[in-house]
Design a protein around this ligand. Structure first.
Ligand code: NAD
Ligand code: TYD
Length: 351
């Protein structure tokens, strides 16, 4: 069936994987990538599909309500997959309002544009909101986040994502907007901006720079290979239950320091360095304020209802990821030129 889908944030890390999957898998769909190309968005991420006949790129800021209305009127999407966001917790601590603008106001703008276009006739329409497990706050040593876990966000990032989730749900309740929300754990893989733990540390190891471990390094995250997140989004978009939410996770918890040690070991091997040399770069630094101790997802609902499960093990995914960064040093160099040095200095100097 022919469909037009607007994917927001398609030039970013996860968005580029979703755009690639949809463009390749659904030649009958028109995929419109709507992205403002902030520091995190990069059209290089989509070079391999940029000339596909079913792909269009539109540069626009979701905070601009009028522009969103124009784009929706022009392309008349049947569906929206909304990934555009400010996504880095550390940046949200320095500049919370940027997160309110894009994540909250931007999401409401998109909901309004979809509502205006669809005029309350929602047959065959879907607003898919991509969210994070961080909305649930933090876990202690035990337990898992379930879809019914109450929201309890701790960072300006997670508070803004929680707020956007609430707006999506509220548009469902109030205006009948057909929506689905997924809350996913930490992703890793190719094209991730080197501000997040794994690509930052790969880049620092390559450049023999210190590896800044926050606090005691005993914080725990549940890591999922980005391609498996994109597969889950495809599945939920086509088969998810309307007005429902699904948690997505890797069943793959790691304390930061253990993950970092594994990463260092693989990097030593790949770079032909003496075993233990990357680990010598580990430097414990001042903790992140409000640092959530542990995230872990119960992904049984999406597994049982839709048959989704991760396709690669963490060892495979991490190896593929490292190989990709080592083979794409030009990409790393291009995204770390410009303002990156300033960001790094402000975030890490004197930490
Ligand atoms: P990212 O930071 O790599 O990419 C964000 C993209 O959104 C960029 O292309 C950027 O240019 C675009 N963007 C930002 N502000 C915009 C605006 N005002 N208008 C239009 N475009 C704008 O983010 P990501 O890691 O790919 O995350 C994508 C989504 O998935 C986010 O909504 C995030 O909350 C969610 N998520 C991320 C993770 C993760 O581990 N990275 C986990 C769960 C959920
Ligand atoms: P991050 O990749 O920023 O994801 P999130 O905070 O959204 O989970 O961080 C993952 C974990 O790694 C988190 O516990 C913070 C920690 N971390 C460091 O120890 N040092 C760093 O330089 C960064 C960026 C993160």
């Amino acid at each position: 069936m022919k469909k037009t889908i607007i994917i927001t944030g398609g030039a970013g890390f996860i968005g580029s994987h979703v755009v690639r999957l949809f463009v390749k898998k659904y030649p009958d769909y028109n995929i419109v990538n709507l992205d403002a190309l902030t520091y995190a968005g990069n059209l290089e991420n989509l070079k391999d599909i940029q000339d596909a006949p079913n792909y269009t790129f539109v540069k626009a800021d979701i905070v601009d309500a009028e522009r969103m209305d124009e784009i929706f009127k022009e392309y008349k999407p049947d569906g929206v997959i909304h990934l555009a966001a400010e996504s880095h917790v550390d940046r949200s601590i320095s500049d919370p309002l940027a997160f309110v603008r894009t994540n909250v106001i931007g999401t409401v703008n998109l909901l309004n544009s979809a509502k205006a276009l669809w005029k309350d006739n929602y047959d065959g329409k879907l607003f898919y909101h991509v969210s994070t497990d961080e909305v649930y706050g933090t876990l202690g040593e035990t337990g898992l986040f379930e879809e019914t876990t109450p929201y309890d966000p701790n960072s300006p990032y997670s508070a803004s994502k929680a707020s956007s989730d609430h707006f999506v749900r509220a548009y469902g309740e109030t205006y009948g907007m057909p929506y689905v929300i997924t809350n996913c754990s930490n992703n890793y893989g190719s094209f991730q901006f080197p501000e997040k733990l794994i690509p930052l540390f790969i880049n620092n190891i390559v450049n023999n720079k210190n590896l800044p471990v926050y606090g005691d390094g005993k914080y725990t995250r549940d890591w999922l290979y980005v391609v498996d997140h994109a597969r889950a989004i495809d599945l939920v978009f086509h088969e998810g239950k309307l007005t429902d939410t699904y948690n997505i996770g890797g069943f793959n918890e790691w304390q930061n320091i253990d993950l970092i040690k594994v990463l260092c070991k693989i990097m030593d091997k790949k770079l032909g360095r003496e075993e233990g040399s990357s680990a010598e770069l580990i430097t414990y630094v001042k903790d992140r304020p409000g640092h959530d101790l542990r995230y872990a997802i119960d992904a049984n609902k999406i597994n049982k209802e839709l048959g989704w499960a991760p396709s690669v093990t963490f060892e495979e995914g991490l190896e593929k990821t490292i190989d990709w960064y080592l083979a794409n040093e030009e990409w790393l160099e291009s995204v770390t030129s410009g303002n990156y040095a300033k960001y790094y200095e402000e975030m890490y100097e004197g930490r």
